[in-house]
Ligand binder design. Structure first.
Ligand code: FES
Length: 159
């Protein structure tokens, strides 16, 4: 069962987009931006509003890598899997990250600090391997640097 804030956010987005041609995608983007994810409980209502099946809405959500269906960690770590970064060691970086975190792509670490995600080009190809942590892109990331970046993500938040 979703929390009231989630229901309100989804209801507001449905109201805003249900009569707009092509409104499904902006609706999903709005829900994701508001809540940080698209609650699975929201899918039936969205499907009804757009006269689609639940499977069709699920299909759209799963097609786009940026959509999440569960709350993520405090930090979002994305490793570029596109060709230019792979040519300079991104695959090894992926293996290093999954080993260090004990989490695969799409997973959140047990401490809730980090969600690991793939990304397909960050526009930083000349400086690969590239990693984005929240809104900051890091270039030429090697194993040691990745370790330091991930350790910083796991530091307690200072308020
Ligand atoms: S290929 Fe990785 S940033 Fe472009």
């Amino acid at each position: 069962m979703s929390l009231p804030v989630e229901s309100d956010a989804v209801a507001a987005a449905i109201q805003r987009w249900e009569n707009e041609p092509g409104g499904l995608l902006p609706l999903l983007q709005e829900v994701q931006a508001t809540l940080g994810f698209i609650p699975p409980e929201a899918v039936p209502g969205i499907a009804t509003a757009f006269n689609l099946s639940r499977a069709e809405v699920h299909g759209v959500i799963s097609f786009y890598h940026d959509f999440r269906t569960s709350p993520g960690g405090r930090h979002r770590v994305q490793i570029c899997r596109a060709e230019a970064c792979q040519a300079v060691g991104a695959r090894a970086l992926e293996r290093h990250a999954t080993t260090l975190l004990g989490a695969g792509f799409g997973d959140t670490t047990d401490d809730g600090a980090i969600t690991l995600e793939p990304v397909y080009c960050l526009g930083n190809c000349a400086c690969g391997p590239s990693v984005r942590i929240d809104d900051c892109i890091h270039g030429r990331v090697n194993g040691d640097r990745l370790e330091a970046l991930l350790a910083a993500c796991r530091q307690p938040e200072v308020s």
